[in-house]
Design a protein around this ligand. Structure first.
Ligand SMILES: Cc1ncc(COP(=O)(O)O)c(C=O)c1O
Length: 364
């Protein structure tokens, strides 16, 4: 069997969840599990988090997957619904909705149902992505009051644009805008994503919405999850599938992107962009082999990549290689590939073998 594997550590996931609870001790936690739980496996991750008070996903289909898997906690659709015709199934599955623009309110007005839908009114505090502008809010509050099927009280939410940079004063501005524009409303609020949880304590409010930090990575520029007591949940691993000598001046891989500076030895590792390893990772991107970090050399192919083991190496075909995880933070790999850790785990493809690990006797 091809050895390319994502090992998912569910104990690390629960450790991270508890760490989040202690950082945001006055808040309730909405575990963000959209995009297949950031590539970790939607249902498996949600089932491993019985203490999460709510889950958040981006699409109705993700929510139905959770319900089919037996998830009973409330589920929030972070973008609400896309088409009016989806509403009956959304109600049937008891999903909560973010309402971020007026056509959604109009559709809810038209809906004929005896059920009450929990909604979160999204306020645009400056990101200019989804949400109602501050000046629209008085009218929108009024409009919502008239919609029969909406459960009252509603809840409020907003989202940060740049909380991953603690030097950026825009985060405090956004908190102030959110608070000021809604100060007359005695309603529950949610604003903090991972970065807000770690570095914007004033934004913890009633509910926090962690995504990335649940999976053990840090969104804060220049840091890793370990700096905040988090543990990586995904270990992306493979093995050396071939070893070859390369003479000084010779190249390896497509496009002749790297040339040996000395007579050396390279190892071919059974993983490539077809598995989700970033093709744009540069020469020198760290790869863990037998307890040390070696550099990626040459272009990443679809099914394999090359690392420089060096002339003195004692590695063998079949030796374990870690692309990111406990031995090598994904944040460091992401920095070499001009990307963010989010895209690494989300990008792992279906042909990678997933293995879920946890201690048999779990603490309650
Ligand atoms: C509205 C909303 N809340 C929370 C999150 C979680 O963000 P993070 O993974 O940075 O914690 C996201 C993710 O993009 C989001 O879109």
């Amino acid at each position: 069997m091809r050895p390319t594997t994502a090992v998912i550590d569910l104990d690390a996931l629960r450790h991270n969840f508890k760490t989040i609870q202690s950082i945001a001790s006055g808040s309730r936690v909405i575990a963000v599990v959209k995009a297949d739980a950031y590539g970790h496996g939607l249902a498996k991750i949600a089932k491993a988090l019985p203490d999460a008070e709510m889950f958040a996903v981006a699409t109705p289909r993700e929510a139905y997957t959770l319900r089919k898997a037996g998830i009973q906690q409330p589920i929030l659709l972070l973008e609400g619904f896309f088409e009016e015709k989806e509403l009956p199934r959304i109600i049937e599955n008891d999903l909560q909705l973010v309402v971020h623009h007026s056509p959604q309110i109009d559709a809810l007005k038209r809906l004929e149902t005896d059920k009450k839908i929990h909604i979160w009114l999204k306020v645009d505090s400056g990101m200019n992505r989804l949400g109602f502008k501050v000046e629209e809010l008085p009218q929108i509050e009024q409009d919502l009051m008239d919609v029969e099927c909406i459960h009252k009280p509603i809840r409020l939410m907003s989202h940060f644009a740049s909380a991953d940079d603690p030097q950026d004063g825009f985060t405090s501005q956004q908190i102030e805008t959110f608070l000021k524009s809604t100060k007359h409303l005695v309603l529950e609020r949610s604003m903090a994503n991972s970065a807000g949880i770690l570095e914007a304590k004033a934004a913890h409010f009633d509910w926090v919405r962690p995504g990335l930090i649940l999976y053990g990575c840090s969104p804060m520029v220049g840091t890793t999850g370990a700096d905040y007591g988090l543990q990586p949940v995904m270990n992306l691993e493979s093995k050396i599938m071939s070893i070859r000598n390369v003479n000084k001046g010779e190249s390896t891989g497509y496009g002749r992107h790297w040339f040996a500076e000395k007579d050396t030895v390279i190892g071919l590792v059974a993983i490539g962009y077809g598995d989700g390893y970033p093709r744009h990772a540069k020469n020198g991107t760290p790869v863990w082999v037998n307890g040390r970090i070696v550099p990626l050399v040459g272009r990443v192919s679809m099914d394999m990549l090359a690392v420089e083991l060096g002339p003195e190496h004692s590695d063998k075909i079949g030796d374990r290689v870690v692309l990111w995880g406990k031995e090598l933070p994904a944040e460091k790999v992401a920095a070499h590939a001009d990307t963010i850790p989010y895209t690494l785990s989300c990008g792992v493809t279906g042909r990678v073998h997933f293995v879920y690990r946890e201690q048999k006797s779990r603490e309650s």
